[in-house]
Design a binder for this molecule. Structure first.
Ligand code: ATP
Ligand code: MG
Length: 564
């Protein structure tokens, strides 16, 4: 492509609305533009990178036996009502005039096709995939294409007769994902994850560590344990059961509002404090007991509650229900609440809790003797420095971007939409499903987050829109015009994708700056001095390394560099 004819609208200034580096660089290098919040137009250079990523994904999906579909983005709302996903918060965008929704993912449509055409165990297993646009009602998209309201996803689905079959499909996807991200030149790691709105029995996320990431992961640098903070566990000690079992007592605690104030006032360790959090689950009051300063993890809470809607109770609601304020609530004598507790508190005694009366607390609380706990669950958020459950080393917490997610779905969607098959004995069984996603824009944005410098993008050759950026330093010099055009012809003949900066009236300095900003892996510079010795200059974008090459050796040198 000749740069004088190309549509690559670069920007000199960093756009003020772009915060994270990949967003800034994608705008500056003319890869895309924002149409409206969370909706991006990909421009020719950006779309070439998207196509590269798409092709890698397609090849690896085909390699595990995936069959490519193209499913509709518009879905009847009724399909989503059947699976209970119509009203998940921040999920579905709809077209109200026609009772249609814009599909945020495609389990429903896949199960609908399976219900029509999968009849017998002989029709299974199947791996179905597509690479297509998804829509999601993301509340505050502000990280560029990393979180769009419209984005391209590779989504695939395994259909099996059994959970053993599902394991095989799941493992083959895990390997395909490793191949895909390795081929894209990304440094990534895999974490245990929550299944979130999808439901299911197991899931893993493929992550890229990044300051710009909206996910938080817990990592053990020693043994390699890695989990999303939403599900991560640590080896933190349980609250011990003290020997002396003193009677429950009311303690006057005037003006003590926070947990820290309470610990200071009573001169006790935080672990002796049983903090009460009040929620509603499916409308019903729920009390959650946590140790001292431990933070409730709402993903874990969601998993412990096994579905349904939950939210923290408002102060006024609580006051009218109990007569006390938030800081004074406790499990003893509280009517109409289901009580659950973090597993650190299992069977603990000698605790202090709210007394359901302002300015009072209860001492010597014994959870076995004085309360009925409806279940102990892991509900706390892991913190930096807590120890690994596997090897006891200190854990690290980092930000990360989720590139891909693989789920063992089970039969949730096949049951809801009657996707069943007849087994060897003629019995009808639900199809066992897996679901696997990769965000194509996230591949591009992560590649840029990971590989850039102060001057611009540094593309890996796998995703680079062009492999070579050919620069004619001065178009008023006839020799340079002749030689650079000849080289451009040669590179095109050899099918090396080349962007050719043959703009007249643009200074060499500008051309070099643009070449660094756009970030193609290899720059070939045709200048007067070199040509006198029949040489051109090669610059490797990543290292900045420069060398003079004889013109006859240019093609073979470039080919060798690109196949390395
Ligand atoms: P997140 O936790 O980041 O919101 P998710 O768990 O909702 O993502 P999945 O439903 O697992 O995402 O979707 C599969 C893949 O699609 C994700 O791993 C991610 O790469 C991509 N993806 C999801 N939401 C978006 C989005 N809003 N913009 C761009 N890509 C997305
Ligand atoms: Mg996810």
């Amino acid at each position: 492509m000749r740069l004088s004819k190309a549509f690559i609208p670069t920007l000199k200034e960093i756009p003020s609305d772009a915060v994270i580096p990949s967003h800034q660089l994608m705008l500056r290098a003319g890869l895309m533009r924002q149409l409206t919040a969370g909706v991006y137009a990909f421009l020719p250079l950006g779309y070439r990178a998207m196509l590269k990523a798409t092709q890698i994904v397609r090849e690896e999906m085909n390699a595990i036996g995936g069959q490519e579909f193209h499913l509709p983005a518009l879905n009847p709302e009724s399909l989503w009502i059947q699976t209970g996903r119509r009203n998940i918060p921040n999920f579905i965008l709809s077209v109200k005039e026609r009772d249609l929704v814009l599909a945020p993912t495609h389990e429903e449509v896949i199960a609908w096709i399976a219900a029509m055409h999968i009849q017998s165990y002989k029709d299974l297993p199947q791996i179905w995939y597509q690479i297509q646009t998804k829509f999601r009602n993301e509340p505050r998209p502000r990280s560029g294409v990393l979180r769009g309201r419209q984005f391209v996803m590779k989504d695939s689905y395994t259909l099996d007769t059994s959970y053993d079959g599902l394991d095989i499909g799941y493992d083959s996807h895990a390997q395909a994902y490793r191949n895909i991200f390795t081929r894209c030149g990304l440094k990534f790691f895999v974490v245990g994850a929550s299944s979130g709105a999808m439901g299911g029995t197991g899931s893993q996320e493929f992550m890229v560590e990044s300051e710009s990431g909206e996910d938080t992961v817990v990592l053990c640098p020693k043994c390699g344990y890695a989990a999303n903070l939403e599900v991560a566990a640590s080896g933190i000690a349980k609250v011990s059961r003290a020997g002396d079992n003193k009677p429950l007592e009311e303690i006057h605690t005037p003006n003590v509002k926070t947990i820290d104030e309470l610990a200071a006032f009573l001169k006790v360790d935080h672990t002796r404090l049983a903090k009460s959090l009040v929620y509603r689950h499916n409308g019903k009051p729920l009390l959650i007991l946590m140790t001292g300063n431990d933070q409730l993890n709402e993903s874990k809470l969601g998993a412990a509650l096994g579905g349904g809607e939950f939210r923290a109770m408002e102060a006024e609601e609580l006051k009218s229900l109990t007569g006390a304020d938030g800081g004074s609530i406790g499990p003893v004598g509280l009517k109409g609440f289901r009580i659950i507790a973090d597993e650190r508190l299992e069977g603990a005694n000698n605790l202090i809790s709210g007394a359901n009366r302002n300015d009072y607390h209860l001492g010597n609380l014994d959870l076995i003797r004085d309360t009925t706990i409806d279940g102990y669950f892991d509900l706390r958020t892991v913190e930096t420095g807590e120890t690994c459950t596997t090897c006891a080393s200190p854990l690290k917490i980092a930000n990360a971007i989720e590139l891909g997610h693989i789920f063992k779905l089970g039969t949730k969607y096949s049951e809801a939409l009657n996707a069943s098959y007849l087994d060897e004995n003629g019995q009808s069984k639900p199809v066992v499903m897996g679901s696997y996603g990769i965000g194509i824009e996230r591949i591009i944005a992560c590649a840029i987050e990971q590989s850039r410098d102060a001057n611009g993008i540094i593309w890996d050759k796998a995703l680079a829109p062009y492999q070579i950026h050919l620069i004619a330093i001065n178009m008023s010099n006839k020799d340079i015009v002749l030689a650079s055009n000849e080289i451009y012809r040669l590179l095109n003949e050899a099918a090396l994708e080349t962007l050719f900066d043959e703009r007249a009236n643009v200074s060499p300095g500008f051309k070099f700056k643009d070449a660094d900003l756009l970030g193609m892996p290899i720059q070939v510079i045709v200048g007067e001095k070199g040509l006198k010795n029949n040489q051109v200059e090669i610059k490797v974008r990543r290292t900045g390394e420069r060398s003079m090459i004889a013109r006859e050796e240019l093609l073979s040198t470039l080919k060798a560099m690109l196949s390395a």
